[in-house]
Design a protein around this ligand. Structure first.
Ligand code: GDP
Ligand code: IMO
Ligand code: MG
Length: 429
């Protein structure tokens, strides 16, 4: 029996959706444990592309999908996603989706505050997705959040929104010069959402615990990436939740001894959306080639992703912070055709080489990447399905990643589709 956590090792968009969809075949339950619709996870099955923001990426494998207490949920987006899946032929019934009663709700003021704050910050903005994620986690921490248990109780919901709205409207109007919101409008809209979503709301922790006792296998789907973690990332250019594997426990309501493995998803190069330091970022033609060939546009906001070489300083940081037991290398096909590839192995700062990721952003921003250059491969490798059939230079690149990360590669992804993959060692077997 195995219970596996999937996390992004970089700054998000590593291909978590693809790997979760692939591995969901071997799991009984797939759980999202943090974040919200800032995430955009892409799956390609039978030539069709699906993007999920909230519903776990196990849904196409028809697995039971759970949304944990550690998430922040915009009910409007969740309902839209249910409708979207239905329009694509996937009916998500009560046996397929369950939402934690303790998950927090994203309210209209969260979204408005997120957007107005970013506008006010000008070029000091974080580059958030504008989905209200930060303001919602902020209310959770200050104990003014509204949870699914509140949403589905009309009296409690009205009382809570009434109390908090006074303060939010003051802040919106007087500090952010934004429009105040109307209580009745919110209640009317959210009562409709409550009616649709109430049947899905339950105790997720209990469901997972029972399933584990019955010998079922659980896949925990991380969102964002390790360097967007609110504690361990490039703070303040991060998201507002813990993205590391440890949060699968807190965000789903299980104990650490249940987790049997952690797979870190590593894009074969690096990308980042939004602001914040990125030592191996490329500003030249190679960066443009990776961006175009890798179709590097955000799955949530459509923003162009910044691109750079693989950075093994952040990879080693991820190995430690998540306790990675294995790696899945994605988008290796995108590197085909490069004469040479560079791997960042350390940073140069103030005349010295540093190998650990600095917490001080002024230091990080002044770090220059130290590169190792290795020969690339001219071939298109996207149709290869066996490790031994890969060009020698591709194998050398993979070997060097394994060596630098001191962690075995278990999965190699060579294209967006489910089948464009080589599984070297299945985490569920
Ligand atoms: P996630 O947020 O980590 O799930 O990643 P996204 O879905 O936001 O971004 C990854 C993008 O790369 C998506 O468009 C995927 O379809 C695509 N993708 C995933 N794996 C591969 C791969 O191995 N090769 C190529 N070319 N594309 C991939
Ligand atoms: P997935 O799960 C890439 C980034 C935003 C911004 C910062 C804070 O698809 O990998 P937020 O809206 O969370 O307050 O924004 O975090 N960000 C992501 N970048 N992939 C994601 O998710 C992201 N979720 C948030 O661009 O820089
Ligand atoms: Mg994404």
């Amino acid at each position: 029996m195995a219970n596996i956590v999937i996390v992004g090792t970089q700054w998000g968009d590593e291909g978590k959706g693809k790997v979760v969809d692939l591995l969901a075949e071997f799991a009984d339950i797939v759980v999202r444990f943090h974040g919200g619709n800032n995430a955009g996870h892409t799956m390609v099955v039978n030539g069709e592309q699906f993007i999920s923001h909230l519903i776990p990426s196990g849904i196409l494998q028809k697995k039971t999908c759970l949304i944990g207490n550690g998430t922040v949920i915009d009910p409007e987006v969740l309902i839209e996603e249910l409708d979207y899946l239905k329009s694509r032929g996937i009916d998500v019934g009560l046996d397929k989706l369950m939402i934690s009663e303790k998950a927090h709700i994203i309210m209209p003021y969260h979204k408005q505050i997120d957007i107005a704050r970013e506008k006010m910050k000008g070029d000091k903005k974080i580059g958030t997705t504008g989905r209200g994620i930060g303001p919602s986690y902020e209310d959770k921490a200050t104990r003014r959040g509204i949870r699914f248990v509140d949403l589905i109780d009309p009296e409690v919901f009205r009382e809570k929104v009434k109390t908090i709205l006074e303060e939010k409207n003051f802040y919106l109007k007087e500090y952010l010069s934004s429009n105040p919101l109307d209580l009745d409008d919110i209640i009317d809209k959210y009562s409709e959402y409550a009616e649709i979503l109430a049947p899905f709301v339950t105790n997720i922790s209990l469901i997972i615990s029972r399933a584990i006792k019955e010998g079922k296998q659980i896949l925990f789907e991380g969102a964002q990436g390790t360097h967007l973690d609110v504690d361990h990332g490039t703070y303040p250019y991060v998201t507002s939740s813990n993205t590391v594997a440890g949060n699968a426990c807190a965000g789903a309501g299980i104990g650490p001894k249940e987790i049997t493995g952690v797979i870190g998803i590593v894009k074969a190069y690096t990308t980042r959306v939004g602001q914040g330091p990125f030592p191996s970022e490329l500003f030249d033609e190679t960066g443009d080639i990776l961006q175009k060939k890798g179709a590097e546009f955000g799955a949530t906001t459509g923003r162009r992703r910044r691109c750079g070489w693989l950075d093994t300083v952040i990879l080693r940081n991820s190995v430690r912070l998540n306790g990675l037991s294995g790696l899945a290398i994605t988008k290796l096909d995108v590197l085909g055709g490069q004469k040479f590839l560079k791997i960042c192995t350390g940073y140069e700062y103030d005349g010295k080489i540093i190998n650990d990721f600095p917490a001080n952003l002024n230091i990080l921003s002044a770090c220059k990447p130290v590169y190792e250059t290795i020969p690339g491969w001219p071939e298109d490798i996207s149709n290869i399905r066996k490790l031994e059939d890969l060009p020698q230079n591709t194998k050398n690149y993979l070997d060097r990643i394994e060596e630098l990360a001191e962690t075995p590669i278990q999965i190699i992804s060579l294209g967006p589709a489910r089948e464009e993959t080589i599984i070297l060692s299945n985490p569920f077997s």
